[in-house]
Design a protein around this ligand. Sequence first.
Ligand code: 3PY
Ligand code: MG
Length: 258
Amino acid sequence: MGSASLAERLKAGDKLVSAWSVLPEPLIAETLARVGFDAVTLDMQHGFHSSESVLRGIGGVALAGGPAIVRVPVGRFDMASRALDMGAAAVIAPMVNSLDEARAFAAATKFPPLGERSWGPGRAVELSGGAGGGAYLRQANEDTLSLAMIETRAALRLAEEIAAVDGIDGLFVGPSDFSIAWSEGITVDHALEEMMEAIASIAAAARKAGKVAAIFAADAAFGPRYHAMGFDLVCAGVDAACLSFGAAAALHKARGQA
Ligand code: 3PY
Ligand code: MG
């Protein structure tokens, strides 16, 4: 992990990969960061992270030299601003389906005059090297990212407008929910081929607004394809799955089955 911030690297066009943590144990998040992922995302929506494990998880990831991203539960823009106070480099809000929601998310996560984020980033200031509150205030709106999830047909229709909202730094695709919306509830399939063009159009909408395009890869093998489709950030490598695959492989080897 280099010294440029996550926001700087993404805005410079680097193609990055974040790990994804659902297990609320800081040592696991730290272990993922030590593998060399560009970031570690702590998931409070479907993952088991609480504000306490996010606080400690961000610290663990920072100890390994990395930035942490936090996905908050639906509509929890208050938690998004808290996660930034705790030192998150980026926050992801699921199910942003209207311009009002996008604006509310931006308002909660950006300081005035851009938004209405309330002051209190004690931990973030410490983790940023202790340069002081003034430096953090000057940098935070630019250097922390607010990523709005596009995972419904309504959000798809509004993707360009959501991306253009001041204070929204990027779009983040959730392919599983998107597949449910695309198939009108018939299937959940992150790899549904017939929706790939629409998914690529979400990356294009972000780019058109000069914003970041990000996506969750339920199968890490999709990483190169998503990057080629125009996504800057791919989230792959769910800790629970890594643990269970790794443990199963060790078990098979130890039994002489591998
Ligand atoms: C989705 O695929 O719907 C997601 O939200 C990824 O976590
Ligand atoms: Mg989703």
